[in-house]
Design a protein around this ligand. Structure first.
Ligand code: ADP
Length: 152
């Protein structure tokens, strides 16, 4: 059976931390769907179209990667796409506590799913979309924190 992973996130905006997790996880799976969760409650800084376009640009030309968006529960998106794995990155112990709750609830709702965690590269341990958004709001330069070729 094909090993399909979903990498869900807000990607508001995509960072080098996201890119690193995706590239490092690729050898583990046959295909990966990077899925932007369109969560109505969470107001994003960047519109969905822009976030989709960035991800498409970064991973263009890799047939193993598909970019999509979804609303509703991640496990429902996984079921619909026959994905057996959810990929998440871990930076800190608070990431772990947060992910543990979600991962275990997802497992109860969809026993066929396994959440796979990769530890982030040390240089990205403090990098988050929310810090990048703060820098942008304050007029700072975020070029070193976002994937090459992405202009915000
Ligand atoms: P969410 O709102 O679902 O947390 P994000 O876009 O912030 O969405 O993150 C998506 C995934 O990427 C999460 O698993 C998160 O832990 C991971 N991630 C975010 N930043 C980094 C980073 N600097 N290094 C490794 N993983 C990261």
């Amino acid at each position: 059976m094909e090993r399909i992973a979903v990498f869900p996130g807000s990607f508001d905006p995509v960072t080098k931390g996201h890119e690193s997790i995706i590239r490092r996880a690729l050898p583990l799976f046959d295909r990966m769907i990077i899925a932007i969760g369109d969560n109505g409650e969470k107001k994003s800084l960047f519109p969905l179209e822009k976030r989709l376009a960035w991800l498409n640009k970064i991973f263009a030309g890799d047939p193993r990667i598909e970019i999509d968006c979804y609303s509703g529960m991640t496990v429902d998106f996984c079921r619909k796409n026959k994905a057996g794995f959810i990929l998440r990155g871990l930076r800190t112990s608070s990431d772990f506590e947060f992910e543990r709750g979600i991962g275990q609830m997802n497992k109860l709702m969809f026993p066929g799913i396994e959440t796979v965690f990769l530890l982030c590269e040390p240089e990205y341990a403090s990098l988050s979309s929310s810090i990048v958004r703060d820098i942008i709001r304050n007029g700072g330069d975020v070029a070193q924190f976002v994937p090459a070729g992405i202009s915000l």
